[in-house]
Design a protein around this ligand. Structure first.
Ligand code: SAM
Length: 254
Protein backbone atom coordinates (compact mmCIF):
# COMPACT_ATOMS: atom_id res chain seq x y z
CA UNK A 1 0.00 0.00 0.00
CA UNK A 2 1.06 3.56 -0.60
CA UNK A 3 1.62 5.41 2.61
CA UNK A 4 2.89 8.91 3.06
CA UNK A 5 2.56 9.82 -0.62
CA UNK A 6 0.89 13.26 -0.55
CA UNK A 7 -2.50 14.03 -2.02
CA UNK A 8 -1.96 15.26 -5.54
CA UNK A 9 -2.21 18.93 -6.45
CA UNK A 10 -4.91 20.11 -8.84
CA UNK A 11 -2.21 20.58 -11.48
CA UNK A 12 -1.11 16.93 -11.36
CA UNK A 13 -4.65 15.53 -11.39
CA UNK A 14 -6.08 17.88 -14.04
CA UNK A 15 -5.01 15.84 -17.09
CA UNK A 16 -6.56 12.60 -15.85
CA UNK A 17 -9.68 14.24 -14.48
CA UNK A 18 -10.41 15.84 -17.88
CA UNK A 19 -9.64 12.78 -20.01
CA UNK A 20 -10.76 9.76 -17.97
CA UNK A 21 -14.00 9.19 -19.90
CA UNK A 22 -12.32 9.23 -23.34
CA UNK A 23 -8.81 7.99 -22.46
CA UNK A 24 -9.47 4.38 -23.51
CA UNK A 25 -10.52 5.44 -27.00
CA UNK A 26 -7.39 7.60 -27.34
CA UNK A 27 -5.08 4.83 -26.08
CA UNK A 28 -6.63 1.39 -26.68
CA UNK A 29 -5.70 -1.32 -24.21
CA UNK A 30 -4.79 -3.98 -26.77
CA UNK A 31 -2.31 -4.46 -29.57
CA UNK A 32 1.24 -5.55 -30.34
CA UNK A 33 2.82 -2.68 -28.36
CA UNK A 34 1.26 -3.99 -25.15
CA UNK A 35 2.37 -7.55 -25.91
CA UNK A 36 5.95 -6.42 -26.48
CA UNK A 37 5.92 -4.31 -23.29
CA UNK A 38 4.80 -7.40 -21.32
CA UNK A 39 7.52 -9.51 -23.01
CA UNK A 40 10.16 -6.85 -22.22
CA UNK A 41 9.24 -6.80 -18.52
CA UNK A 42 9.03 -10.58 -18.43
CA UNK A 43 12.62 -10.85 -19.70
CA UNK A 44 13.71 -8.37 -17.05
CA UNK A 45 11.88 -9.79 -14.02
CA UNK A 46 9.41 -12.62 -14.78
CA UNK A 47 5.99 -12.86 -13.16
CA UNK A 48 4.87 -13.29 -10.42
CA UNK A 49 7.13 -10.33 -9.59
CA UNK A 50 5.57 -7.38 -7.77
CA UNK A 51 5.14 -4.29 -9.92
CA UNK A 52 4.34 -0.67 -9.07
CA UNK A 53 3.04 1.45 -11.94
CA UNK A 54 3.32 5.23 -11.55
CA UNK A 55 0.58 7.13 -13.36
CA UNK A 56 -1.36 3.88 -13.82
CA UNK A 57 -4.30 5.66 -15.47
CA UNK A 58 -7.21 3.48 -16.57
CA UNK A 59 -5.13 0.29 -16.34
CA UNK A 60 -4.22 0.06 -20.05
CA UNK A 61 -0.95 -1.66 -19.07
CA UNK A 62 -1.60 -2.65 -15.45
CA UNK A 63 -4.53 -4.96 -16.28
CA UNK A 64 -2.70 -6.98 -18.98
CA UNK A 65 0.33 -7.19 -16.67
CA UNK A 66 -1.86 -8.54 -13.85
CA UNK A 67 -3.34 -11.05 -16.32
CA UNK A 68 0.22 -12.21 -17.01
CA UNK A 69 0.72 -12.95 -13.32
CA UNK A 70 2.33 -9.73 -12.02
CA UNK A 71 1.15 -8.46 -8.64
CA UNK A 72 0.33 -4.91 -9.69
CA UNK A 73 -0.20 -1.80 -7.59
CA UNK A 74 -0.85 1.53 -9.31
CA UNK A 75 -0.57 5.13 -8.16
CA UNK A 76 -2.33 7.97 -9.94
CA UNK A 77 -3.17 11.59 -9.19
CA UNK A 78 -6.61 11.31 -10.78
CA UNK A 79 -9.49 9.62 -8.93
CA UNK A 80 -11.48 9.60 -12.19
CA UNK A 81 -8.76 7.61 -13.99
CA UNK A 82 -8.63 5.12 -11.10
CA UNK A 83 -12.41 4.76 -11.08
CA UNK A 84 -12.20 3.86 -14.78
CA UNK A 85 -9.40 1.37 -14.02
CA UNK A 86 -11.57 -0.44 -11.48
CA UNK A 87 -14.45 -0.57 -14.01
CA UNK A 88 -12.06 -2.09 -16.58
CA UNK A 89 -10.46 -4.48 -14.09
CA UNK A 90 -13.31 -6.99 -13.95
CA UNK A 91 -11.36 -9.50 -11.86
CA UNK A 92 -10.22 -6.90 -9.33
CA UNK A 93 -6.58 -7.86 -9.77
CA UNK A 94 -4.93 -4.40 -9.58
CA UNK A 95 -4.73 -2.43 -6.32
CA UNK A 96 -4.46 1.35 -6.49
CA UNK A 97 -3.94 4.51 -4.47
CA UNK A 98 -4.44 8.18 -5.23
CA UNK A 99 -1.12 9.99 -4.87
CA UNK A 100 1.49 12.24 -6.42
CA UNK A 101 4.38 10.17 -7.74
CA UNK A 102 6.57 13.26 -7.68
CA UNK A 103 6.69 12.76 -3.91
CA UNK A 104 6.35 9.00 -3.70
CA UNK A 105 6.56 7.31 -0.32
CA UNK A 106 5.60 3.62 -0.23
CA UNK A 107 5.78 1.01 2.47
CA UNK A 108 6.10 -2.02 0.16
CA UNK A 109 9.13 -2.81 -1.97
CA UNK A 110 8.65 -3.79 -5.62
CA UNK A 111 10.62 -5.94 -8.08
CA UNK A 112 9.61 -3.60 -10.91
CA UNK A 113 8.55 0.04 -11.06
CA UNK A 114 7.03 1.07 -14.39
CA UNK A 115 6.49 4.64 -15.62
CA UNK A 116 5.15 4.40 -19.18
CA UNK A 117 3.87 6.57 -22.00
CA UNK A 118 5.87 9.75 -21.26
CA UNK A 119 4.33 9.95 -17.80
CA UNK A 120 7.68 10.69 -16.10
CA UNK A 121 7.99 13.84 -18.25
CA UNK A 122 4.61 15.03 -16.89
CA UNK A 123 6.50 16.15 -13.79
CA UNK A 124 7.09 19.77 -14.79
CA UNK A 125 10.41 20.54 -13.05
CA UNK A 126 13.83 18.93 -12.78
CA UNK A 127 13.47 19.02 -8.99
CA UNK A 128 10.22 16.99 -9.13
CA UNK A 129 11.78 14.52 -11.55
CA UNK A 130 14.74 13.94 -9.20
CA UNK A 131 12.35 13.62 -6.26
CA UNK A 132 10.39 10.99 -8.21
CA UNK A 133 13.60 9.06 -8.91
CA UNK A 134 14.46 9.18 -5.19
CA UNK A 135 11.02 7.76 -4.39
CA UNK A 136 11.59 5.00 -6.94
CA UNK A 137 14.98 4.22 -5.39
CA UNK A 138 13.28 3.68 -2.03
CA UNK A 139 10.41 1.68 -3.57
CA UNK A 140 12.68 -0.88 -5.28
CA UNK A 141 13.24 -4.27 -3.69
CA UNK A 142 16.80 -5.63 -3.65
CA UNK A 143 17.63 -6.58 -7.23
CA UNK A 144 14.64 -4.61 -8.54
CA UNK A 145 14.52 -2.55 -11.71
CA UNK A 146 12.63 0.56 -12.81
CA UNK A 147 11.51 0.98 -16.42
CA UNK A 148 10.64 4.26 -18.13
CA UNK A 149 9.03 4.80 -21.50
CA UNK A 150 9.48 8.39 -22.68
CA UNK A 151 9.35 10.21 -25.97
CA UNK A 152 12.72 10.99 -27.56
CA UNK A 153 13.25 14.71 -26.73
CA UNK A 154 14.46 15.22 -30.34
CA UNK A 155 10.89 14.70 -31.56
CA UNK A 156 9.80 17.96 -29.93
CA UNK A 157 13.08 19.84 -29.57
CA UNK A 158 13.38 20.07 -33.34
CA UNK A 159 10.03 21.89 -33.62
CA UNK A 160 10.63 25.61 -34.01
CA UNK A 161 7.01 26.64 -34.62
CA UNK A 162 3.59 25.79 -33.23
CA UNK A 163 2.58 22.52 -34.86
CA UNK A 164 -0.79 20.84 -35.29
CA UNK A 165 -1.52 17.11 -35.47
CA UNK A 166 -4.87 15.52 -36.31
CA UNK A 167 -6.14 12.12 -35.20
CA UNK A 168 -9.38 10.12 -35.19
CA UNK A 169 -9.70 8.47 -31.77
CA UNK A 170 -13.19 7.14 -32.61
CA UNK A 171 -15.26 7.04 -35.83
CA UNK A 172 -17.33 10.02 -34.68
CA UNK A 173 -14.55 12.02 -32.99
CA UNK A 174 -11.67 14.22 -34.06
CA UNK A 175 -8.55 14.94 -32.04
CA UNK A 176 -6.61 18.10 -32.80
CA UNK A 177 -3.29 18.51 -30.95
CA UNK A 178 -1.55 21.88 -30.96
CA UNK A 179 2.07 21.57 -29.89
CA UNK A 180 4.21 24.42 -28.59
CA UNK A 181 7.80 23.86 -27.47
CA UNK A 182 9.92 26.07 -25.24
CA UNK A 183 13.35 24.77 -26.15
CA UNK A 184 15.27 26.65 -23.48
CA UNK A 185 13.00 25.31 -20.71
CA UNK A 186 12.77 21.85 -22.35
CA UNK A 187 9.01 22.09 -21.99
CA UNK A 188 6.19 21.08 -24.29
CA UNK A 189 2.60 22.26 -24.14
CA UNK A 190 0.17 20.08 -26.07
CA UNK A 191 -3.42 21.30 -26.15
CA UNK A 192 -5.64 18.33 -27.03
CA UNK A 193 -8.88 19.54 -28.62
CA UNK A 194 -11.43 16.75 -28.81
CA UNK A 195 -14.41 17.28 -31.08
CA UNK A 196 -17.20 14.71 -31.03
CA UNK A 197 -20.71 13.80 -29.91
CA UNK A 198 -21.80 17.45 -29.87
CA UNK A 199 -19.00 18.64 -27.63
CA UNK A 200 -15.66 20.37 -27.90
CA UNK A 201 -13.17 19.84 -25.10
CA UNK A 202 -9.70 21.31 -24.62
CA UNK A 203 -7.20 19.50 -22.40
CA UNK A 204 -3.73 20.98 -21.86
CA UNK A 205 -0.82 18.60 -21.25
CA UNK A 206 2.50 20.00 -20.09
CA UNK A 207 5.66 17.94 -20.14
CA UNK A 208 9.29 18.64 -19.36
CA UNK A 209 11.75 16.55 -21.31
CA UNK A 210 15.12 15.40 -20.03
CA UNK A 211 17.92 14.55 -22.44
CA UNK A 212 19.48 11.11 -21.97
CA UNK A 213 22.63 12.51 -20.36
CA UNK A 214 20.53 14.57 -17.94
CA UNK A 215 18.40 11.51 -17.16
CA UNK A 216 21.63 9.61 -16.31
CA UNK A 217 22.73 12.36 -13.91
CA UNK A 218 19.30 12.69 -12.28
CA UNK A 219 19.25 8.91 -11.76
CA UNK A 220 22.72 9.04 -10.20
CA UNK A 221 21.65 11.84 -7.84
CA UNK A 222 18.87 9.53 -6.69
CA UNK A 223 21.25 6.60 -6.08
CA UNK A 224 20.26 4.84 -9.30
CA UNK A 225 22.07 4.02 -12.54
CA UNK A 226 20.84 3.54 -16.08
CA UNK A 227 21.60 -0.04 -17.13
CA UNK A 228 19.84 -0.05 -20.51
CA UNK A 229 18.40 2.32 -23.07
CA UNK A 230 16.53 1.25 -26.20
CA UNK A 231 14.32 2.79 -28.87
CA UNK A 232 11.38 0.51 -28.11
CA UNK A 233 10.15 -2.52 -26.17
CA UNK A 234 11.76 -4.76 -28.84
CA UNK A 235 15.21 -3.53 -27.65
CA UNK A 236 16.01 -1.85 -30.96
CA UNK A 237 18.97 0.55 -30.76
CA UNK A 238 18.42 4.27 -30.15
CA UNK A 239 19.00 6.59 -33.09
CA UNK A 240 18.25 10.30 -33.71
CA UNK A 241 15.12 9.16 -35.53
CA UNK A 242 13.78 7.04 -32.64
CA UNK A 243 10.32 8.13 -31.56
CA UNK A 244 10.86 7.03 -27.99
CA UNK A 245 13.26 5.79 -25.37
CA UNK A 246 12.90 2.86 -23.01
CA UNK A 247 15.22 3.11 -20.00
CA UNK A 248 16.07 0.46 -17.45
CA UNK A 249 17.34 1.78 -14.14
CA UNK A 250 18.68 -0.10 -11.13
CA UNK A 251 20.05 0.86 -7.75
CA UNK A 252 23.72 1.83 -7.67
CA UNK A 253 25.72 -0.83 -5.90
CA UNK A 254 27.24 0.45 -2.65
C1 SAM B 1 -0.32 9.51 -20.19
S1 SAM B 1 -1.28 8.85 -18.88
C2 SAM B 1 -0.60 7.20 -18.80
C3 SAM B 1 -1.56 6.21 -18.20
C4 SAM B 1 -1.09 4.74 -18.25
N1 SAM B 1 0.19 4.56 -17.64
C5 SAM B 1 -1.00 4.27 -19.69
O1 SAM B 1 0.10 3.92 -20.13
O2 SAM B 1 -2.05 4.28 -20.37
C6 SAM B 1 -0.51 9.64 -17.48
C7 SAM B 1 -1.17 9.31 -16.15
O3 SAM B 1 -0.36 9.86 -15.12
C8 SAM B 1 -1.17 10.53 -14.16
N2 SAM B 1 -0.34 11.57 -13.54
C9 SAM B 1 0.19 12.67 -14.11
N3 SAM B 1 0.94 13.36 -13.22
C10 SAM B 1 0.90 12.64 -12.06
C11 SAM B 1 1.49 12.80 -10.76
N4 SAM B 1 2.30 13.84 -10.49
N5 SAM B 1 1.25 11.88 -9.82
C12 SAM B 1 0.44 10.81 -10.08
N6 SAM B 1 -0.14 10.59 -11.29
C13 SAM B 1 0.08 11.50 -12.27
C14 SAM B 1 -2.36 11.03 -14.96
O4 SAM B 1 -3.50 11.24 -14.13
C15 SAM B 1 -2.56 9.92 -15.98
O5 SAM B 1 -3.45 8.94 -15.50
Amino acid sequence: MTTGTPRPSEASSAYGESLADVYDSLYPATGPAIDSMVAFLHDLRPSPASLLELGVGTGRLAIPLAKHGYRVHGVDASPAMLAKLHENDTTGSVTTAVGDFGALAVEERYDLVLTALNTFFMLPTQEQQISCLRGIHDALADGGAAVFETYNPQVFHRLTETTTRIGHPAPDALLLDTVQVNRSLQSVLVVHTIVGAGELRKVPEVSRYAWPAEFDVMARLAGLRVTGRWADWDRSPVTDQSEKHVYVVERQSV
